[in-house]
Design a protein around this ligand. Structure first.
Ligand code: SF4
Ligand code: FES
Length: 248
């Protein structure tokens, strides 16, 4: 395949940044999108030019590192996959592909296609955990009965990989799908009840402080989420937030 890549280049956080065109040839349709970028970077390095910075780690849809806005869609045109799971056969020979970083105030660009997603870490630190008694009296998890539907819903919420595609695809840069998933995975389980009130209040407070926008129910986040996290998690977070607020 022969392609033209239009890539966002930005030297550092304070640089203005611009789109730069890169023609690329002999790309196998079986390559992953990130492998195609590896080929480009090798060519740039051989020419003595600065390679394109982009985030990646597991390259198998687990870690949530890869984060590219491809042809105007988070993680590209396919559904329920991350950028590292996207293959070049999705595109046509001769196509021009636009590659940008996530765009959100709370995710500032560090360099080229890499953005700072530590805002998500701070939201997690604010409440995305449970306390377990490890003094020798720990209750075996299998001894705590959990309704099957609740267990399934908690597991689905826990599949969120923290990639940030929900924020990038939302016109308000809302993080409510991410926070809804993180609140839900504990709110549905008995183990999550001890900190339930503080958790939702603290996580929502941190979310607001980080500068994420509000949800206006457009649903773009659910469409672009590589893990199929449901909007129901936002509704559950809102319910949990209301209950916690009434408790004071
Ligand atoms: S809710 Fe989906 S899109 Fe948002 S961070 Fe989690 S996995 Fe990524
Ligand atoms: S590199 Fe880990 S999810 Fe894509």
């Amino acid at each position: 395949m022969n392609l033209t890549l239009k890539i966002w280049r930005q030297k550092n956080a304070s640089d203005k940044g611009k789109m730069v065109d890169y023609p690329i040839s002999n790309i196998s349709p079986d390559m992953s999108f990130l492998e195609m970028l590896d080929v480009l970077n090798n060519e740039l390095i051989e020419k003595g030019e600065e390679p394109v910075s982009f985030d990646h780690d597991c390259r198998e849809g687990i870690c949530g590192s890869c984060s590219l806005y491809i042809n105007g869609e988070a993680h590209g045109p396919d559904r329920l996959i991350t950028t590292c799971q996207l293959h070049m056969r999705t595109f046509k020979d001769g196509e021009t592909i636009t590659i940008e970083p996530w765009r959100a105030t709370a995710f500032p660009v560090i360099k080229d296609l890499v953005v700072d997603r530590t805002a998500f870490d701070r939201i997690q630190h604010a409440g995305g955990f449970i306390s377990v008694n490890t003094s020798g009296n720990t209750i075996d998890a299998n001894a705590i009965p959990v309704n099957k539907q609740d267990a399934d819903d908690a597991f689905s919420a826990a599949t969120c990989i923290g990639c940030g595609a929900c924020v990038a695809s939302c016109k308000n840069s809302s993080a409510m799908l991410f926070v809804g998933a993180k609140v839900s995975q504990f709110a549905l389980l008995p183990q999550g009840q001890v900190e339930a009130t503080d958790r939702v209040l603290n996580m929502v407070k941190q979310m607001d402080e980080e500068g994420f926008g509000n949800c206006t129910n457009t649903g773009a986040c659910e469409v672009e989420c590589p893990k199929g996290i449901s909007l129901e998690n936002i509704a559950r977070m809102n319910t949990e937030f209301l209950k916690a607020s009434l408790k004071g």
